[in-house]
Structure formats: structure tokens, C-alpha cells
Design a protein around this ligand. Structure first.
Ligand SMILES: [Zn+2]
Length: 450
């Protein structure tokens, strides 16, 4: 009897799901994470809700109501944060004039994204990391531009996370550049994100990651009675629309269908976010977005950038895209009273830790190769030092072909390694690591030419 009892304890799923891990946190990032404030987040959301509606088609001349007043207020906050940045943070409203098009824009429209840029201090480092949320919102009827639409969760929660990261991070300097953006036109068809992503593509920006936050503050689904604030979803697709022809053939030949840019970023975000934020699990969803839904990361994904979407674990459709009303005893509408500010705080910390870890990392290892000269059960990887930043060394990442996440990280200061793991049975990647332990994004090796 005793033996059976012992066995039950040993294979308890709860124990298996919390394996021993060694956590090394960068004290600077840990400190920034500790500064994320529930009160700040709440004050941003309540202020944004106070603009009545933030529909993209709403007034731009009323000083207190509508999208114009809302974006001016965000700009003012960014400019306040800029004062503590020694001139590194600059902000402006990036506008584009759109003509009536499609079914969701029926008048000529000046669309404005509020963009704050924290310039990197390493002039050799051209990397850009973006955090995004959408300022605009909607009622049940997406064309209704006058009635009140609070949009506390969709997506004042995302904008609040963007602003709080800007407030804290603008006091610090990073080698790479960070862009904090409050986008317009999401509900009218991802208009602001398309404008920004197209500009980035045309101007050849070296964007390594886009973290899009949309609906990240509520902890429950009324329909299914699920309540919980310990999980956040990261949506990241396997490979992008550009992976056609030769690229698609390569993915198939090397079995890399689970190693595209967005998927790789999602994996990184999970590891780093869970390192810095207690009681938060980042749940990878193997999709670009929710079923048949869209978001502001997609225009970046469609142009070949690595972009993911964060959304709460349990969405509540009584509160999303609904006019505020009481019907059959149910309160509809996206009101601030339905936000869990502790949950939003953790999700903001998760974003901040990822942005900081990325922006502090050395740039990518160059020419990462896997040797294929002879048939062997060993795997040799080799690479060259990063273009910018000082790498203390490199992590070799290893996972089984069926594993969602990297399982082993081997540290080396060399630029070549022989591993007693067969390339037939495992996937590998190499990432740079700084003196403080900040890792860059993993790079998948390509076969060395014979
Ligand atoms: Zn949204």
C-alpha cells in the first residue's frame, strides 16, 4: 500500500508541471519590472475612457471628446516622459490622409498614430523593437462615431501597457531602439498598423520584433464562468506569407515548419516573460490570431517582420464590441470596472521584460551554419560574432522535434561547437548573450555549403 501511495506522489502532474529551473534575472530589468504600477495603468485607462468615444471616424476638433483629443493626450504624456530621457525619447503624431475606401471608412480621414521613439545609444546597432496597442475603439456598429464607447479593455488596456513601458524605460538607455506606438484605425481595418508597417518596409527598418497588445486586461469569460489571471496568450504564426517557392521548399526539406520568425519570437517571449514575472504563464497559441480574427501585428507579419499578438486568456464577449447597456440582467459594454488591474500589471511587466532583454542584447550571431560534410551523429554548429554589441558568449538551444519550447541551453564562449546530439533528432539555434545575461533572438542554422 505504501509503495503505491509513494508512486502516486512521484507522478503527480502538479509536480511535473513545475520542474526545477534556475532563474537568473538582470537586476536592472527586475527593477524596471517592479516599477510597473497598477495605479498608473488604471489612471491611463480611466482617462482614455473619459474621451467618450475613440472611434477613428470621431471628432478631431473637440478638445475633450473623440479620437483627436485622445491622441493629443497620449502625445502629451509621451512628451512628459521625454523630459526624463536626456533627449533620447521623441514623440509625434504620424498622420496619413485616407480617402473613403472599403466598408469602414466613409469620409476623407486624417488618421494619426502616436509614436514615441527611444533612440538606441549604440550607433552601430540599427535594431528596432516595437510595442503596440490600438487607441481607437468601437460600438456594436463600427460606423457609429458619436455614441459613447468606453473601450477600456479593447484596447485602452494595450495602450496603457505601451504608455507604462514608455514611462519606465525612457529613464534608461539601451543599445537598440524602442518604439512605443498607440495606433489608430484598427477597428476600421488595421489602417494605422498598415501605414506604419508599410513605412518600415519602404524605409528598410531593421525591426526584429513587434509586440502587439490587444485586449490584455480582463480575467474572465462570462459564458464559460472561467476566472483566472495567471495566463496570457501569445499568438504567433509558424511561417509567413513570404515563405513561398524556394523558401517553402527549404522549410519542408529541413523540417522547419515550427521555426518561423513569429513562432520563434513567441517562444522567446514565453521564456523571458516567465523569467521576470511571477505567477504568469505565457501560453503559446500556434496561430497568427484568434479564429478568423485580425490584429495590428498582421500588417508587419505580412511584410516579413517577426510580430506577435498578446491577448488575455479568456475573452468576455459581453464586453467586447458591445454598446453599454443592461439587458436581461446582463451588463454589456467595455467598462473599466471589468478590468483586473493586477492582471494588466503582470501582462505589462511581461512586455517590459521582453523589450528590455531584447534591447540590451548583442545583435544576432552572423552566418550560423550547421556542418553537413559527412554523415555523423554529432552536430557541429559554427557562426560569427554579432555586428553590434559585445557578446559575453552564446547559448546553443536544443529541443526535440516535438517540443514546443527549447529544452537545453548550453553556454559557450567559442564560435563553434560539437554536440553529441544528432541533427536528425533535434532542432538547434544559436543566440548571443550579453554580460548581464540578455539574450538576442535565436537564429536557426542553415546547412553549410559543401
Ligand atoms: Zn482590439
Amino acid at each position: 500500500m505504501k509503495k503505491i501511495f509513494l508512486l502516486t506522489i512521484l507522478i503527480s502532474p502538479a509536480l511535473l508541471s513545475f520542474p526545477q529551473t534556475i532563474i537568473h534575472r538582470d537586476p536592472q530589468i527586475e527593477k524596471m519590472v517592479s516599477q510597473v504600477s497598477k495605479d498608473s495603468l488604471e489612471s491611463y485607462i480611466k482617462k482614455l475612457v473619459g474621451f467618450g468615444t475613440r472611434n477613428t471616424l470621431s471628432t478631431q476638433t473637440d478638445p475633450k471628446k473623440g479620437i483627436g483629443a485622445a491622441r493629443n493626450w497620449v502625445l502629451t504624456r509621451f512628451n512628459e516622459f521625454a523630459k526624463q530621457s536626456n533627449g533620447r525619447l521623441t514623440a509625434f503624431i504620424d498622420t496619413i490622409t485616407l480617402q473613403p475606401a472599403g466598408t469602414r471608412v466613409d469620409v476623407p480621414l486624417v488618421l494619426g498614430n502616436v509614436v514615441a521613439t527611444l533612440k538606441g545609444i549604440d550607433s552601430n546597432d540599427d535594431r528596432i523593437f516595437i510595442i503596440s496597442g490600438h487607441l481607437d475603439n468601437r460600438r456594436s456598429d463600427v460606423m457609429d462615431r458619436t455614441g459613447d464607447a468606453p473601450g477600456a479593455n479593447d484596447d485602452a488596456s494595450g495602450v496603457a501597457a505601451v504608455m507604462e513601458c514608455a514611462r519606465i524605460m525612457s529613464k534608461h538607455s539601451f543599445p537598440a531602439t524602442l518604439i512605443f506606438i498607440a495606433v489608430s484605425g484598427e477597428e476600421q481595418g488595421l489602417l494605422g498598423a498598415n501605414f506604419m508597417a508599410e513605412k518600415a518596409k519602404k524605409q528598410n527598418w531593421n525591426i526584429e520584433a513587434v509586440l502587439n497588445n490587444d485586449i490584455i486586461g480582463s480575467n474572465n469569460s462570462s459564458e464559460t464562468n472561467i476566472i483566472g489571471n495567471t495566463k496570457i496568450r501569445v499568438f504567433g504564426e509558424a511561417f509567413s506569407i513570404q515563405d513561398t517557392g524556394k523558401a517553402a521548399l527549404n522549410i519542408r526539406n529541413l523540417g522547419l515548419e515550427n521555426d518561423g520568425k513569429a513562432r520563434q519570437l513567441a517562444r522567446y517571449v514565453k521564456e523571458t516573460g516567465e523569467r521576470y514575472v511571477d505567477n504568469l504563464e505565457v501560453v503559446m497559441i500556434y496561430r497568427n490570431d484568434r479564429f478568423l480574427r485580425g490584429g495590428d501585428h498582421t500588417p508587419y507579419v505580412n511584410r516579413g517582420f517577426a510580430a506577435v499578438r498578446f491577448t488575455e486568456m479568456n475573452e468576455n464577449y459581453y464586453h467586447q464590441h458591445q454598446d453599454v447597456r443592461l439587458e436581461n440582467g446582463i451588463q454589456y459594454g467595455d467598462l473599466p470596472e471589468f478590468i483586473d488591474f493586477e492582471y494588466l500589471r503582470k501582462n505589462t511587466c511581461m512586455n517590459l521584460s521582453n523589450l528590455a532583454n531584447l534591447a540590451k542584447s548583442p545583435s544576432l550571431p552572423q552566418e550560423v551554419r550547421i556542418e553537413t560534410k559527412q554523415l555523423t551523429n554529432f552536430t557541429n554548429l559554427n557562426w560569427r560574432v554579432p555586428k553590434s554589441g559585445k557578446a559575453k558568449g552564446y547559448y546553443i538551444l536544443i529541443r526535440e522535434t516535438t517540443s514546443a519550447v527549447w529544452q537545453k541551453k548550453i553556454f559557450t564562449t567559442d564560435t563553434t561547437i560539437d554536440l553529441p546530439y544528432s541533427k536528425d533528432n533535434y532542432f538547434f539555434a544559436v543566440q548571443t548573450v550579453s554580460e548581464e545575461g540578455n539574450e538576442g533572438l535565436p537564429v536557426i542554422p542553415v546547412p553549410a555549403m559543401k
